[in-house]
Design a protein around this ligand. Structure first.
Ligand SMILES: Cc1cc2nc3c(=O)[nH]c(=O)nc-3n(C[C@H](O)[C@H](O)[C@H](O)COP(=O)(O)OP(=O)(O)OC[C@H]3O[C@@H](n4cnc5c(N)ncnc54)[C@H](O)[C@@H]3O)c2cc1C
Length: 469
């Protein structure tokens, strides 16, 4: 079995298969394991790829991860705020926060606008991303725009006040061009969902209108989220699996006698590895472009229309403690959409007496921002940080830059059709599977990646898969 990518998906699959005696070879392009769930470490500083903590509604997956650690993982507070109009609103938004923190005027306008929308127009039936069964993009295509869906669900006022500015700041794409599914059911953008629950269930004491996953108890490894992936990698190796770092897959070739040969270097005569099955967790369009026999031109053109938004996470080391009133804060109208304080996750992510404040900067891969240096990014952000009283230039002693080119699948209107073209092509290639957030082009948290990896491993094993690599 050849696995492309050593993020949590590839590692978890490798762990399960190697533990059942299957020879496993994992190829990872980068210099360390973990992918988006990895941690960059420098001189005692640890920076994740955006704020991460571990939580799961599946007790078996929780136990699997918790059992990797002794001493146990530390509870992560996961207090989250939305900084809006000079006020810190609770996140996810509760009835209390909408009415009391945002102000009565705004709360009443929000409800008025919502009711007006409801009474004025017959409700169109959509498969809501709030309740949508099954993974996004896999069920064919209602393709309502995010704009239409948000106005229909929440009314014009909340759409104009929150959804449109936040969505467009985050995605850098007009809300009307995004699919309604761009609001994931359970991620940081689940702000939408909380509002839907609020207006559907009514305002209840204690703020019951919440996103369930946001409220699950969370834990964090002491020295970076990447410890989870590193421990799973240890398990893979203990079970006899091999992980090849700095080994970027460049070609996946089907062999005439069955099975695959994967070349993992850019040179024509680079190292090669053969196996009966390939599971890819790398970005889906990249896989399509390296397949032999090559897919037909319409598959390539569908692959060109599937894209991901990158992540730029700029860390600023400081001796200042207690910087934010939450683990992380969402903001509007800043050069960054989120600020994170690493000490709120674990004080061991910096040397003693220090802290890292990190900002997430929205960018597209083709923009100059993506290529900007950490100093340039710092210059872009520090003015706003100073204005908000969060951090001053002279308090920052060192910069760190973490980048991920394929962090967020972009659910543009029409994406589901293009995705289906790729899925259909892959179905015609027995022995080749895709898995994970990048591999399946699907929003997932790490626990869900582990779950899907275990499920695929179990399906392969129960189908009698036990062939030698
Ligand atoms: C900002 C942010 C915050 C998040 N917060 C949370 C959270 O709090 N809790 C949570 O559980 N989840 C969170 N997630 C989600 C979580 O990080 C992902 O679901 C998970 O890490 C995805 O793992 P994966 O293995 O499927 O994909 P990836 O991590 O993308 O792994 C793919 C791997 O393939 C490698 N690769 C790429 N191309 C090649 C190639 N050609 N050859 C070989 N290897 C290649 C990459 O280097 C990478 O290591 C967050 C994600 C983001 C972006």
């Amino acid at each position: 079995m050849i696995v492309l990518g050593a993020g949590v998906s590839g590692l978890s699959l490798g762990w399960r298969l190697a533990s059942s005696g299957v020879p496993v070879e994992i190829l990872e392009a980068g210099p360390f394991v973990g992918g988006l769930a990895g941690t960059v470490r420098e001189d005692g500083y640890c920076l994740d790829f955006g704020p991460h903590s571990f939580f799961s509604e599946d007790p078996r997956i929780s136990k699997t991860v918790l059992d990797l650690f002794d001493p146990p993982l530390i509870p992560a507070g996961r207090s989250v705020k939305f900084y809006y109009g000079g006020r810190y609103l609770d996140y996810p938004i509760t009835g209390t926060s909408l009415l009391f923190q945002m102000g009565w005027g705004s709360g009443i306008r929000a409800f008025g606008s919502f009711l007006k929308g409801r009474l004025g127009a017959p409700r169109r039936l959509v498969r809501s991303p709030l309740t949508g069964a099954g993974p996004p993009g896999r069920n064919g295509g209602d393709e309502q725009s995010l704009e239409d869906w948000a106005i229909e669900s929440f009314g014009e006022y909340l759409y104009r006040t929150f959804f449109k500015p936040y969505t467009e700041q985050f995605w850098l794409i007009p809300a009307r061009e995004l699919s309604a599914r761009a609001i994931p059911t359970h991620t940081r953008l689940s702000f939408a969902r909380t509002l839907a629950l609020l207006v559907r269930r009514g305002v209840t004491k204690g703020g019951a209108s919440l996103v369930e996953r946001e409220r699950l108890p969370a834990v964090y490894p002491g020295t970076g989220y990447g410890e989870i992936a590193e421990r799973i990698a240890q398990k893979v190796r203990q079970a006899g699996g091999r992980i090849h770092l700095n080994s970027r897959a460049a070609e996946v070739r089907r062999l005439p006698q069955g099975g695959f040969r994967v070349r993992h270097a850019l040179e024509e005569r680079g190292p090669q590895i053969e196996g009966s099955h390939v599971v890819s967790t790398i970005p889906l369009p990249a896989l399509i472009r390296m397949l032999h026999p090559a897919p037909s031109p319409h598959v390539f053109s569908a692959a060109d229309r599937i894209d991901y938004r990158p992540l730029i996470f700029l860390g600023m080391a400081t001796q200042r403690q207690e910087v934010l009133r939450a683990s992380y804060v969402y903001l509007l109208d800043r050069p960054y959409n989120r600020i994170t304080e690493m000490n709120k996750f674990s004080a061991r992510t910096s040397p003693p007496g220090e802290n890292i404040v990190a900002v997430e900067i929205p960018a597209l891969r083709e923009s100059p921002l993506w290529r900007a240096s950490k100093e340039e990014l710092f210059d872009r952000c520090i003015g706003s940080l100073e204005e908000d009283g969060i951090l001053h230039r002279e308090e920052v002693k060192r910069l760190f830059l973490v980048k991920a080119p394929y962090a967020y699948p972009i659910y543009r209107k029409g994406y589901a059709g293009h995705l289906q073209v790729l899925i259909d092509d892959l179905k015609s290639r027995p022995g080749l599977h895709t898995l994970g957030r990048s591999g399946e082009f699907m929003y997932m948290d790490a626990d869900q990646c582990i779950q899907r990896a275990f499920d695929l491993a179990d399906r392969l094993l129960s189908a009698g898969f036990k062939t030698a690599v």
